[in-house]
Design a protein around this ligand. Structure first.
Ligand code: AHR
Length: 543
């Protein structure tokens, strides 16, 4: 399938407009104005039993000919380690509210085979095999296998508990299985039999997923009652539990307000993070958004679709501001932080890397710019956003990887994670951007978008400034001034391509990758020419 797309992409590139003038833009970085520490967990991931995310993508099995470490695909482990994943969420998504964690315990041969939540999805490719582990889950990838994925890559595990179809007691028992001291309980002995004698010390627990939708179609008031029932007592075993509630669909303020109002007092005391989900749907101006209709192609987009996807991504900023405002009405100290535990682009079916990759989609420079734009927003709100999880790690939606049998490829989004890694744990700084806006045709009207996206952070004397040019066809000359510090040396690394539709595939895995670029430093001012539809990291050593 990918081959066909690569051909179509290069053909489509011929119709791109020529470059026009290059407007000057300016970025001011304020060393003396820290916004907050960028939580490493902002660089989090999401793994669901959906299509080929787990089976084939991550889990190849211990007896596989594909290089693996205890059944986990080695190429994926190596590439993931390199981007320092701080946290990984599992097992869903919608799947979580149908999953019984006990099915993923015991000897592999004796684990039950269960029908997957996604079996009847309308988005399966016609050629997809329908009798494999994607639909009938053998449960070989259970809690200990997931925790090993995390341990091997340096990530903290984030388990999403089933609130729709299991009682609250099963939630506490899952905590007991994970965290009770070695040999102390029947479930600690079960964990030992599964290969993990010592406690897994899982701290992050999601209490339901999209409880307004696939997680039970609850009203906010009903969910608040369920949340209290699930969390009124949870064993701690000396582990600080960070509970994450099922937050709004994009910026649904009513859901947040009504939950906070009803959960109130003791209920809120248990809440660490409020899990908002925000997808950037690939639809053109003003058309209905839903899972099944009207979405555009991942690769063959025209100008309006290119900008509309970025506009949807840019809405993340108003979501954060307005959700934070509502949360503050009930939690004025802002003890509860935002956990954007699903985000990313969502395109139409048709560019799956292989048929079993349900909701698999190609990933072009447009997706890379969307990822950078999202991280810049998270950095600007570092004091509000404690965690985010891009959807999803491999073979699904805005993936970092494609993996199938012995084939493996990194996507442009992966490279953004790698380029942005120095921001993890650093101090986000206030950054001002002055640049003309982009205006584009949007349906019958006009759409507007900022031309540049940027964020900066400081780690000791290393200043990292990331700049993305959102314009589809025009480069931008950018001047960066650092206030309160003097740049001594600057290095630039750019992710750019002659065609914004450029992408990687199994056949051409290195079409898009970061390359050293040239930034000039004169009289303390950094000057850089930012290619169209590109992402750049500038590393500035302060003198
Ligand atoms: O990421 C795919 C699906 O999108 C998840 O299962 C669900 O939580 C969301 O609607």
């Amino acid at each position: 399938m990918m081959k066909r797309r690569s051909f179509l992409t290069s053909a489509a590139a011929l119709s791109l407009p020529l470059r026009a003038q290059e407007p000057a833009a300016r970025i001011d970085v304020m060393i003396g104005e820290p916004v907050g520490r960028i939580a490493p967990e902002v660089y989090g991931h999401f793994v669901e039993h959906l299509g080929a995310v787990v089976y084939d993508g991550i889990w190849v099995g211990e007896k596989s000919k594909i290089a693996n470490e205890r059944g986990l695909r080695k190429a994926l482990l190596d590439a993931l380690r390199a981007v320092k994943p701080a946290v990984i969420r599992w097992p869903g998504g919608c799947f979580a509210d149908q999953y019984d964690w006990r099915d993923g315990t015991g000897p592999h041969a004796q684990r039950p085979v269960r029908t997957n939540f996604w079996v009847d999805s309308r988005e399966w490719a016609k050629q997809a095999r329908r009798d494999g582990p994607e639909n009938f889950d053998p449960n070989h990838f259970g809690t200990v296998e997931f925790v090993r994925l995390c341990r091997e890559t340096g990530a903290a595990p984030y388990l999403a508990a089933n609130l729709r179809s299991l009682p609250a007691q099963d939630f506490w028992r899952w905590i007991e299985y994970c965290n009770s001291p070695a040999g102390s309980t029947t479930l600690a002995r079960q964990r030992e039999a599964d290969g993990e004698r010592e406690p897994l010390n899982v701290s992050y627990w999601g209490v339901g997923n999209e409880s307004w939708g696939c997680g039970g179609n609850f009203t906010a008031e009903e969910y608040a009652v369920e949340f209290r029932r699930f969390t009124a007592w949870t064993p701690s075993y000396g582990v600080r539990l960070a509970l994450i509630g099922s937050g709004p669909n994009s910026d649904n303020r009513a859901w947040t307000r009504r939950f906070f109002e009803r959960a109130g007092g003791a209920g809120l005391g248990k809440l660490w993070g409020w899990g908002a989900h925000h997808y950037s749907w690939n639809v053109s101006g003003g058309r209905t958004r839903n899972w099944f209709e009207g979405k555009g192609d991942a690769v063959l987009y025209q100008e309006e679709q290119y900008y509309e996807l970025l506009r949807e991504g840019n809405d993340m900023e108003s979501l954060i501001r307005s959700q934070w405002g509502v949360m503050g009405e009930y939690d004025p100290q802002h003890r509860v932080k935002l956990a954007i535990d699903e985000w990313g682009s969502w395109h139409a079916p048709g560019t799956e890397p292989f048929p079993e990759a349900l909701l698999g989609q190609q990933n072009t420079m447009r997706d890379a710019v969307l990822a950078a734009l999202s991280f810049d927003i998270f950095h600007r709100h570092a004091e509000k956003v404690a965690m985010t999880n891009i959807a999803q790690l491999v073979n699904c939606l805005q993936s970092l990887f494609f993996a199938h049998e012995d084939k493996f490829a990194l996507t442009p989004t992966y490279h953004v994670f790698a380029m942005y890694a120095p921001h993890q744990g650093a101090q986000a700084l206030r950054t001002e951007i002055a640049a003309p806006s982009i205006s584009y045709r949007r349906g019958e009207g006009t759409g507007m978008l900022p031309r540049l996206s940027s964020s900066a952070s400081l780690d000791d004397k290393r200043l990292t400034v990331c700049v993305s040019n959102l314009h589809m066809t025009e480069a931008a000359e950018v001047e960066i001034r650092v206030h309160g510090g003097r740049p001594g040396k600057v290095e630039a690394l750019a992710l750019a391509a002659p065609d914004p539709r450029a992408h990687n595939s199994f056949e051409a895995p290195r079409s898009v990758e970061p390359r050293a670029a040239k930034a000039e430093l004169a009289a303390g001012v950094v000057r850089y020419r930012c290619p169209a539809a590109s992402v750049t990291r500038l590393t500035v050593e302060l003198g």
